[in-house]
Design a protein around this ligand. Structure first.
Ligand SMILES: Cc1ncc(COP(=O)(O)O)c(C=O)c1O
Length: 356
């Protein structure tokens, strides 16, 4: 496996910044021609298929975990503890790739609206061996994850929600170098706008930083899908600041000055994390019919709704890129084999509630 583009571009980071290979190769970019026809637009529409980051489990988390799991291993940790909603894709990705690399996982899970996808992820967390802790509210998480358990479990790597740490977002700086090569090879024109889901904002922060480092002019639009407190412009900037501290290990980067250009868009959230919105659901249905692409309603459906609205509202712009962050490896057959009654009892009631 060759070193990541980040180390090829900045060789003095090699051996200094922890990294292990998890992403198989460049993820493809595709033109969304059927969607263009459906929307009757002259704007060229593109997708970056990070749903295909790995044949084991795809989506955006894999890129972050290349750096995070390497760091945990380097620090000789035995377990990664992290948190999220009960259907967290991040928790599942951490469990799957942690296990592959000899690490246990503990997941602190908070209730969110129930969909089949949410319940499947919960069963899969169990199937892949995560220790599951149900926390009723944010206060409970604060106490357990950030205070009590942290003091007791010294061998544990404490990973913030979404894997959004300065180190983790280097995965998306790396992804931008990949995108730049694809543009240079003529696989797509340089987009004017890039739409990406903003949950814990690490993905958009990495893209925003990478775009400026590589000299691309793309404007990043983060579609907020979590509470206003979790996804703020301040958080994006602070992740970038932290990532730059790591990157400053390469002398070429010491004089680089970052200037914020991204925008966080609020109006697709729908008032609650995980709530299915009508426009999000419509976008999920439309892209399935026109392009045979599978999205979900918590992150990528809301982001695609914003993308489609932009095409409808603004007559013609430069090329637009939708960054698909959702895993497309179908693990539902494995989930179907798990009997929910095997899970810790505090999770059982979730399986008898009404699905959205
Ligand atoms: C499918 C999907 N898209 C986007 C995101 C958001 O990424 P970030 O937390 O880096 O903003 C997540 C986070 O869990 C996700 O699961």
């Amino acid at each position: 496996m060759p070193p990541p583009l980040l180390f090829q571009e900045y060789p003095s980071l090699d051996g200094v910044v922890p990294w292990i290979p998890l992403v198989n190769s460049f993820t493809p970019v595709e033109r969304l021609s059927n969607l263009e026809t459906y929307l009757n637009t002259d704007t060229s529409l593109w997708v970056k298929q990070d749903n295909l980051t790995s044949p084991i489990y795809g989506g955006n988390k894999v890129r972050k975990l290349e750096f995070i799991i390497a760091d945990a291993l380097q620090r000789k940790k035995k377990t990664i503890a992290t948190l999220g909603g009960i259907g967290t894709n991040h928790g599942l990705a951490t469990t799957i790739f942690g296990k592959k690399n000899g690490l246990n996982t503990v997941l602190y899970l908070i209730k969110q609206p129930i969909t089949k996808h949410v319940l499947d992820n919960l069963k899969l967390d169990f199937h892949y061996g995560a220790e599951l802790k149900y926390v009723k509210n944010y206060l409970g998480v604060g106490l357990q994850f950030y205070l009590l358990d942290r003091l007791r479990r010294k061998q544990t790597y404490w990973l913030p929600a979404g894997g959004s740490t300065p180190l983790g977002i280097l995965g998306y700086v790396n992804a931008t170098l990949e995108l730049k090569q694809q543009i240079e090879k003529g696989k797509l024109p340089e987009p004017e706008l890039l739409f990406v889901a903003a949950g814990t904002t690490g993905t958009m922060a990495g893209l925003e930083l990478g775009i400026q480092l590589t000299g691309l002019k793309i404007r990043v639009l983060g579609i907020r899908v979590t509470d206003r407190m979790a996804a703020t412009a301040g958080k994006v900037k602070s992740l970038i600041k932290g990532a730059l501290k790591i990157l400053h290990k390469d002398s070429k980067l010491r004089n680089f000055q970052y200037k914020p250009r991204f925008q966080l868009i609020d109006q697709y959230y729908g008032g609650k994390y995980g709530r299915v919105t009508p426009e999000g659901q419509k976008a999920v249905d439309l892209i399935r019919q026109t392009e045979d692409i599978s999205l979900e309603t918590t992150y990528t459906g809301k982001t695609l709704a914003a993308f489609i609205d932009h095409v409808k509202r603004v007559e013609t712009t430069g090329p637009m890129l939708f960054w698909n962050t959702y895993n497309s490896v179908d693990l539902s057959a494995i989930a179907d084999q798990v009997n929910y009654q095997q899970l810790p009892s505090e999770f059982h009631h979730l399986f008898i509630e009404e699905v959205q």
